[in-house]
Design a protein around this ligand. Structure first.
Ligand code: PLP
Length: 498
């Protein structure tokens, strides 16, 4: 399988190159040259597979020669071995044709584990084979940091440096990162806010010498492997609800368009998905787009669902590429205009065709609390604020029934957001095993000022690549090539959202 850039002006890459590269050299996002196809007979054949078997069947075609299927099977099995539920992505019937897919059974209790556990395994496998190592750098104000750390902690070829704003993330979120004892994990509490962290990450990615010296890489949501891993649970839910003989719709709380784009990818692979409904919080760039056909940048305001507090939905560019008939030059010119003016208007015809599949709705904080309360009263289900927006979107779609099932994605465990849940319905969600006792574990983090030179010096001092790691001498050429192709905008996408 080869991957091409959405802006049409970067070299086509193999799977392992795409995994390590992130953003394409031309500033675009990589997509597969063609979609693996699964027809009705192939889908029927999958009905009895376990989640791990299903993942291998569906996603190995994306990897192709880069990793033999049996080796890949071992990596996938290892990725999901630590999940606390079998099946890995269980469905819960909420009545009236609405089903909740619980995507919070991984080690950090948010859906990002479903992708980042596998991405960690893939990084380690590919890097070990190439005799290379990378330094992952990111900024977080919530779930991404802990999921990336949990995914990479056991990967000897990877160091992770994660910046968080000191005192400005929840205790649960901080402890999920800082109690990880792995020697390749470096948490840095920055004396500043999330934007300070994000700005420093961007600056460091733009510093070519620093990027090359440290073999800098990112595990953010534009990484193709994350999308690939996320297609699997769309299949598992739809198969359970009667696909391919029944079409299924999905409601997805999303900010970066990452999770819902994985649903779109599943549909491109042959899954009969009827509608994809996007749920936004008050930072509603996607909902405004699907209401008007124009993408417009506004200021971000903090909400009860912080992992969707984003200004720009970076993965939307992948959909745009298909809407533009995979004309990369056209995407490049539209994105250039968008970057300049903060506005992108779609032609009426294309906008209408996008609306045949996608719908969107928004819910502010007040509505989110009401949705949590309503669901608790009517079905006894506790929802975190992100998941509540998904369930609201599912109910809003209006057509859910036994014949037309709608699956709402629960992207975080309610116990990750206990204050909001308690405020909404008076119940403190019981903490599952990965959270229980977390507060008693020793924490390990460095506190640094919001000064990029200090952070850079700290990283140079501690990164394994800078300290004569065994792989230093080998694979130098390939590393340079990879880093060149990560292009000047690498840092831009270091997760707009936490
Ligand atoms: C990251 C995150 C989201 C948003 O995911 P996208 O990548 O924007 O689709 C939603 N909910 C939770 C709990 C998250 O951690």
């Amino acid at each position: 399988m080869r991957y091409i850039s959405s802006r049409g002006d970067a070299p086509a890459l193999s799977f392992d190159e795409v995994l390590l590269t992130g953003l394409a050299r031309d500033g675009g996002l990589y997509v597969p040259e063609s979609w693996p196809q699964f027809d009705a007979a192939a889908l029927r054949d999958m009905a009895s597979l376990s989640y791990v078997e299903l993942a291998v069947r569906l996603t190995h075609p994306f990897i192709g020669e880069a990793i033999p299927e049996s080796t890949y099977g071992d990596l996938v099995a290892k990725s999901y071995a630590g999940f606390d539920h079998d099946p890995i992505a269980p469905l819960r019937d909420l009545g009236d044709g609405v089903h909740l897919m619980e995507l919070f059974h991984g080690p950090t209790l948010a859906f990002k584990d479903y992708a980042l556990q596998l991405v960690g395994q893939l990084f380690d496998h590919v890097l070990t084979n190439r005799g290379e190592r990378v330094t992952i750098l990111g900024a977080t104000s919530g779930d991404t940091g802990s999921a990336a750390i949990a995914g990479c902690a056991a990967c000897p070829s990877v160091d992770v440096f994660m910046l968080h704003p000191k005192g400005r993330i929840s205790d649960v979120q901080r402890c999920q990162m800082t109690t990880v004892a792995a020697p390749n994990v470096f948490n840095i509490a920055i004396e500043g806010d999330f934007d300070d962290c994000q700005d420093m990450v961007k600056t460091l990615f733009k510093d070519t010498a620093f990027r090359q010296d440290l073999h800098l890489s990112a595990a953010n949501s534009i990484n193709w492997a994350r999308i690939m891993a996320q297609t699997v649970y769309y299949f598992s839910a739809a198969l359970e609800l009667g696909a391919p003989d029944k079409g299924v719709s999905f409601a997805v709380p999303t900010g970066n368009f990452g999770n819902v784009y994985a649903g779109y990818a599943a549909r491109c692979m042959g899954l009969p998905i009827k509608r994809l409904v996007i749920g936004s919080n008050r930072n509603d760039i996607l909902t405004r787009f699907f209401e008007s056909g124009a993408m417009e940048v506004h200021e971000v305001t903090p909400s009860l669902s912080p992992s969707m507090d984003i200004q720009v939905s970076s993965n939307f560019e992948r959909l745009l590429f298909d809407l533009f008939d995979r004309d990369g030059a056209r995407v490049a010119s539209a994105m250039k205009k968008f970057r300049k003016s903060g506005r992108l208007k779609l032609e009426e015809k294309l906008y209408r065709s996008a609306c045949e599949l996608f719908a969107a709705c928004r819910l502010d904080d007040e509505g989110t609390l009401a949705a949590i309360a309503r669901e608790y009263e009517s079905t006894g289900t506790l929802l975190d604020p992100h998941s509540a927006i998904g369930v609201h979107a599912a109910r809003q779609l209006g057509h859910a029934s036994k014949a037309n099932p709608v699956v709402a994605l629960a992207t975080a465990h309610p116990a990750k957001f206990p204050q909001a849940v308690e405020e909404a319905c008076g119940v403190i969600p019981p903490a599952p095993a990965p959270l229980a006792g977390l507060a008693d574990l020793p924490e390990r983090f460095e506190t640094l000022p919001a000064d990029v030179n200090t952070v850079a010096a700290y990283m140079r001092e501690h990164a394994t690549v800078m300290n004569g790691g065994p792989e230093e001498e080998t694979g130098e050429e390939t590393v340079k090539e990879t880093e060149k192709s990560s292009g000047k905008e690498s840092g831009q996408s270091a997760e707009g959202a936490p």
